[in-house]
Design a protein around this ligand. Structure first.
Ligand code: DP6
Length: 317
């Protein structure tokens, strides 16, 4: 028997950064994300009766899906999440897990949100079938997925997801269809994983101030989007990612993902906004790449800016 599922990635405009003590991936502050249907992970779970343990292998490449080269550490983390779901269902089947992403290989683009969401969906289907149990609802699945990787719980909702403590849901906001671009700055595996970034940030003595700032921005961003105030949304999202990256500099040991190249391109983007009094929303995750979100009416701008950035040597997808 084979069970398959796929799930999209998401990009946070108000970031999940810092976790409550314990291993439940409970965020220290609420976050808001936009779901990215074009960046998807597909997972296949094949029953493998009699095998000693679950194993992972790349899903064969088809329909634009490219198998990732998961490190042993990443495979272990993935299979541990499957084990967690099997235990919950009392499922004693063993599986071969196959996965692939439809985003270009070696781009350094994070896939943990889409891969844990897709694995959770496939595992829940498989375990429900194997144990003759009803398939749990999406909220339950999202919370289960959160235990594997926090940000994956937002990938169960679209186009906007709001996550606070153990509650994650779709939130109705204008701008339901946005154009997404990523400026790839560095395609190498990052030295400090986002889980490690959470750990270090959670230890900062003035973290409570960060929570206040992030949640005030969350409130203001929701208002700005509801009021169709794109310029204010741009200012808030820039303040938010700059705030998160400033926290990384304050950690012990400190670390940074923003490179000279990222800074140079950010400068170009802000100049563009100055001149046009319009532009894309700009954000960065725990990495050097820059994400841009445009309104559908900005398609021409998106094409022109992409062209300009490429002519300056940037790699834009
Ligand atoms: C910077 O969800 O990758 O992208 O829960 O440890 O798996 P774990 O962390 P992860 O953290 C993502 C952090 C972020 C911001 C965000 O997506 O909100």
């Amino acid at each position: 028997m084979t069970w398959t599922a796929s799930a999209p990635s998401n990009i946070a405009l108000i970031k999940y950064m810092g976790k409550a003590p314990g291993n439940q991936n409970i965020p220290l502050n609420a976050s808001l994300s936009y779901t990215l249907p074009n960046l998807t992970t597909a997972v296949e779970l094949i029953a493998n009766p009699g095998a000693d343990s679950d194993t992972w292998e790349p899903l064969s490449e088809k329909d634009g899906f490219i198998a990732p080269q998961l490190s042993i550490q990443a495979q272990t983390r993935f299979l541990k999440h499957l084990e967690r779901i099997k235990l919950l269902f009392n499922c004693d089947e063993t599986f071969v897990v196959r996965s692939a992403n439809n985003f270009p290989h070696g781009t350094g683009l994070a896939s943990s949100a889409s891969s844990f969401a897709a694995l959770t969906k496939a595992a829940v289907l498989a375990c429900s079938a194997c144990t003759n149990t009803p398939t749990p609802d999406i909220s339950y699945q999202a919370n289960l997925s959160r235990l594997g990787s926090g940000s994956s719980c937002r990938s169960f909702f679209e186009p906007w997801a709001l996550w606070e403590n153990e509650k994650v849901n779709a939130i109705k906001l204008p701008f339901e269809r946005l154009i997404h671009q990523v400026i790839l700055i560095d395609t190498h595996e990052k030295e400090v994983s986002s889980s490690e970034a959470h750990r270090r940030v959670s230890q900062l003595p003035d973290y409570p101030d960060r929570k206040v700032r992030a949640e005030a921005r969350l409130h203001d961003l929701i208002q700005a989007l509801k009021n169709d105030n794109w310029t204010e949304a741009y200012q808030i999202t820039v303040d938010e990612f700059e705030d998160m990256h400033a926290l990384f500099n304050q950690c012990t040991p400190s670390f940074s993902y923003i490179t000279d190249k990222s800074r140079e391109i950010l400068e170009t983007l802000h100049e563009y906004w100055q001149a046009a009094q319009d532009g894309p929303l700009i954000t960065m995750d725990a990495g050097p790449n820059i994400h841009l979100l445009y309104r559908p009416t900005q398609q021409e701008m998106a094409d022109n800016l992409k062209h300009e950035l490429i002519s300056r040597g940037a790699h834009v997808i």
